[in-house]
Design a binder for this molecule. Structure first.
Ligand code: NAP
Length: 424
């Protein structure tokens, strides 16, 4: 019975869905042993460090990941970094196939003057900071200003704006990092402006997220009805289904009776960011009214860009335009890519399931004679590998620490604290 060894690099949704696809493709004649490699001491990728903590339902997909991980043919090697602990060449040599599932960790840049001023940052920093990603725990996030601007009209922009505009005590029952809850409780931000460069008919929000906004209990959500009506007119009689659904949801928001909460989320459309200005830190953003020469300024002390992501490069893997260069997931030799590293940052978590299944079918087509050249355990020299059992110790400890506080878990944020709780 041929037994093929597959290494999956990256323990996020795409990696787990690739492992699941391989498990589903197994037959009497075709068996896999799957080794998943993860740089952090914790798996689950964006489900742990991306999904907004006030949307816990989205995180229930982690149950699927744990089911995959508890199969006999699966091993987790977390706290292992490709590049420093082992190389892609070693994996290629030892495994029948290597699957890159490392996502897109870098925030795209606007490329406008002032973008690097203190007080301006990417969602790629802000989101993992509030989600207790160990690499971002020491970011200095200054919320000592009345107005924040979030640039971008996608679901990440909406997550970021909501986190800034929620009454912070609403986060007590979530798995938001302790340091972030403390900072949000001290926050002076009362107005959060979500700024889109195009009209509402082109916004990348999805309608379930828009429909949730009027349910916020302690935040005013403001959209200008004239903006939405103009967009409906521009979209014409037969807009695409998603566009219509979005515009319907936006019209409802714009028609809602005004509320008088302390915090406000306000949408601004057709505003192209031109410059971020300030003396030593952010003080205003200069926008151009899209399609005209007219400019205007929004005074603010914080700018967060949520305009998409790019893949961080791995040595030995070809990249182009922020993605791993690939043809339908095939990269080169015995290397494959799945998820956002393959397609770019689009779609919901579930999109990665069918995508990974398609790539794993190609991987199986390409298989030759099983290799007998060992595995990752021949290469790693340190003894701080976090295995599935170690991760389960972290997981159990976090859930137990959260329980008396009414949280789904209280995340450990420090790398060493994670390893201590793993028992490694
Ligand atoms: P996205 O959906 O692609 O949205 C990016 C936004 O940034 C777009 O509105 C885009 O506007 C804007 N943008 C790009 N370049 C810009 C520039 N130079 N200046 C101004 N605006 C610019 O990306 P995302 O929000 O990062 O989300 C990534 C994926 O994750 C999406 O598929 C999203 O639905 C998904 N996600 C889902 C959830 C959820 O289901 N709850 C939560 C978070 C994320 P243009 O259209 O004009 O380019």
């Amino acid at each position: 019975m041929p037994q093929y060894k597959v290494a999956i690099v990256g323990a996020g949704p795409a990696g787990y869905f690739a492992a699941l696809a391989l498990q589903n493709l197994q037959t009497e004649e075709l068996q896999f042993s799957i080794d998943m490699i993860e740089r952090l001491p914790t798996p689950w990728g964006l489900v742990r460090s991306g999904v907004a903590p006030d949307h816990p339902k989205i995180k229930t997909v982690a149950k699927v990941f744990e089911k995959v991980a508890n199969e006999q043919n699966f091993r987790l090697f977390a706290n292992v970094e490709l590049g420093s602990d082992l190389t892609i060449e070693q994996l290629k040599e030892k495994y029948d196939a290597v699957v890159i599932a490392t996502g897109t960790a870098l925030g795209k840049k606007l490329g406008i003057p002032g973008e690097d001023l203190p007080g301006s940052m990417s969602a790629a920093t802000f989101v993992p900071w509030y989600n207790a990603h160990p690499d971002f725990k020491d970011e200095s996030i200054d919320l000592n200003c009345e107005t924040a601007v979030v640039i971008g009209a996608g679901n990440v922009a909406m997550d970021v704006a909501r986190m800034l505009a929620l009454e912070p005590s609403e986060l007590d029952s979530t798995d938001t990092a302790d340091h972030a809850i403390d900072t949000f409780k001290e926050s002076k931000v009362r107005t959060v402006i979500i700024s889109a460069r195009r009209g509402p008919e082109h916004a990348a929000f999805t309608s379930p997220e828009l429909r949730d906004l009027p349910k916020l209990e302690h935040t005013n959500v403001v959209m200008d009805k004239a903006d939405i009506e103009a967009a409906i007119a521009r979209a014409g009689d037969a807009p695409e289904k998603d566009v219509k659904s979005n515009l319907d949801a936006m019209l409802l928001i714009s028609e809602k009776d005004a509320t008088n909460h302390e915090r406000t989320m306000k949408f601004q459309f057709l505003a192209t960011p031109k410059e971020i200005k300030g003396n030593g830190r952010v003080e205003e953003v200069i926008f151009q009214k899209t399609g005209s020469e007219e400019t205007f300024s929004v005074k603010c002390g914080l700018v967060i860009t949520a305009i998409g992501y790019e893949a961080a490069s791995l040595e030995g893997i070809p990249y182009e335009k922020g993605k791993v260069l690939n043809t339908d997931g095939r990269v080169n030799e015995n290397v494959y890519v799945v998820g956002w590293a393959k397609r770019g940052p689009s779609g919901v978590i579930g999109t990665n399931k069918s995508d990974a299944a398609d790539v794993m079918k190609l991987l199986v087509e390409d298989l030759g004679t099983p290799k007998t050249s060992g595995d990752i355990t021949d290469v790693i020299t340190h003894n701080r590998v976090v295995t599935q059992q170690h991760w389960q110790a972290i997981n159990t400890a976090e859930v137990a620490a959260g329980e008396p506080l009414g949280k789904p878990r209280r995340k450990f944020v420090d790398h060493q604290e994670l390893l201590n709780n793993a028992g490694v």
